[in-house]
Design a protein around this ligand. Structure first.
Ligand code: 13P
Ligand code: SF4
Length: 303
């Protein structure tokens, strides 16, 4: 089957199954093109929570599909490749978080959405990179904050709030590949370009950025700015949307090394297979789901 035939078959099955296809901004270009909706973690969570479809085919990584299930447990959530995980989300377990909570009784636990459902169940409130700064306002009267698992996003927030967070030693193996030297070099080549960085980047990279934004924030900024050149410090898959939505502007990845292999595991063939076989179904046990839901509901309410 060639791509055209695969796409035709996917569209037939999509109707038959009453399915919606959601894709993260880092997905392969052809997957983004096929998707009904492409966005960042926050927008995808909100879309999953509000969809009327019976089946959600999630083109992203495991924690994103789990979050969709937590928000819509009455729907069938499919992840086309079960091995599409997020290494950062796997850097903390629920047992480890429980131990940390024992060390800091009374602390408010904030978890980045890049965590397992079990970790979310041990959390007071989740956030994404799209609403983390707004969350700080909600936490203005809270002094003792545990932030897991991303030490870079955590440090960025801690600095912004002027509070000393208890951090976990987690990080994104893709974003740490972007070095400050990469930005300096690109800035030399393109001195008029704005530098937009994702908060999963190291502190040294964030210091060189004009703006620190989620993937959706980067897409919105690119549309609205008068700048014609943008250097982006995040996963290179975002380039597809940036170029498509702004054909008259120029985009430069800070580093070509910043490619998330897990995000690239989803292919058109696997999406077709997922819809044919109705696999891999992502579920979360009831008890965990109910506890995690509270933290995720609080996350999607932050506007
Ligand atoms: P966004 O929520 O900004 O899309 O980021 C998700 C992610 O996994 C970034 O690495
Ligand atoms: Fe996880 Fe990093 Fe990949 Fe995002 S880019 S899914 S944080 S490994």
């Amino acid at each position: 089957m060639d791509d055209r035939q695969i796409l035709e078959r996917i569209n037939v099955l999509k109707k038959e199954r009453n399915a919606v296809i959601l894709a993260h901004n880092y997905q392969r270009p052809e997957v983004q093109e096929l998707a009904d909706f492409t966005g960042d973690s926050l927008a995808l969570s909100r879309t999953a929570a509000n969809t009327d479809a019976a089946v959600i085919v999630f083109c992203g990584v495991h924690f994103m599909a789990e979050t969709a299930y937590i928000l819509s447990p009455d729907k069938t959530v499919l992840l086309p490749d079960l091995n599409a995980g997020c290494p950062m989300a796997n850097m903390i377990t629920a047992d480890q978080l429980r131990e940390l909570k024992k060390e800091r009784p009374g602390a408010t636990v904030v978890a980045y959405v890049n965590t397992s459902a079990e970790v979310k169940a041990e959390t007071d409130i989740c956030c994404t990179s799209g609403n983390a700064v707004k969350l700080l306002d909600k936490l203005k009267d809270v002094e003792d904050i545990i932030f897991v698992p991303d030490k870079y996003l955590g440090s960025y927030l801690s600095e912004k709030s002027g509070k000393d967070f208890t951090l976990w030693n987690g990080y994104c193996p893709t974003h740490v590949k972007i070095q400050p030297e990469d930005i300096i070099k690109k800035k030399k080549n393109y001195p008029d370009a704005k530098v937009l960085a994702h908060p999963e980047c190291t502190q040294a990279v964030l210091k060189l950025a004009d703006e620190v934004l989620s993937t959706e924030g980067i897409c919105s900024y690119a549309k609205e700015t008068d700048a014609h050149e943008i250097i982006f410090a995040t996963e290179i898959g975002i380039m597809h949307r940036l170029m498509k939505e702004n054909p008259d502007k120029k985009f430069y990845p800070a580093s070509d090394a910043a490619e998330c292999p897990n995000m690239k595991k989803i292919t058109l063939e696997k999406i077709l297979w997922a819809l044919e076989k109705m696999r891999y179904e992502i579920k979360v046990p009831d008890e965990v789901c109910k506890k995690a839901r509270k933290a995720v509901d609080r996350m999607i309410e932050i506007l």
